[in-house]
Design a protein. Structure first.
Length: 152
């Protein structure tokens, strides 16, 4: 029986036919650590974007209420605060003909609604609204400021 000599190149070729279990475990561990570091940051960014959108919607709704009040004033109507709540206080998605939709930039999110007004009977006295959507409560003022006063 003759001994067969294996060259260094053949030996190296035979050894490199796949990954070892240790290499796979290390790769999975590195991916798990990277995922654990990146996912919370990504979720925070998504939440910030949602909050920014809701603040913009609240400001748009505030401007829409003011324009509505100006139109009402031009017609000789100055509704009381409780009348505004009845006319404008239902969620935007419950009515395709919500009184404020023609005055707004874009469509508000589903379930969004105005639940309070800072108003004393004339358009000049209108100061802002309290806007609720998706567990957020946002105060939007006529001076252009929005403040998140409640988060889910």
């Amino acid at each position: 029986m003759t001994k067969r000599r294996i060259s260094f190149a053949e030996e190296k070729e035979n050894r490199n036919q796949g990954f070892t279990l240790i290499e796979i475990i290390i790769a999975v561990a590195v991916l798990a650590v990277l995922t654990a570091l990146l996912v919370p940051s990504l979720l925070r960014q998504i939440e910030r974007a949602r909050e920014t959108r809701y603040c913009q919607e609240a400001q748009s709704a505030c401007q829409a209420v003011f324009l509505y009040l100006m139109d009402q004033d031009a017609e000789g109507n100055n509704p009381e605060n409780w009348e505004l709540a009845i006319d404008l206080g239902l969620p935007f998605d419950e009515s395709d003909s919500h009184l404020l939709l023609p005055y707004m930039d874009g469509n508000p999110s589903d379930g969004a609604w105005i639940y309070s007004f800072f108003y004393d009977g004339t358009p000049e006295s209108f100061e802002g609204i309290l806007y609720a959507v998706d567990g957020y409560e946002i105060e939007a003022a006529m001076n252009g400021t929005t403040t998140v006063i409640g988060r889910p």
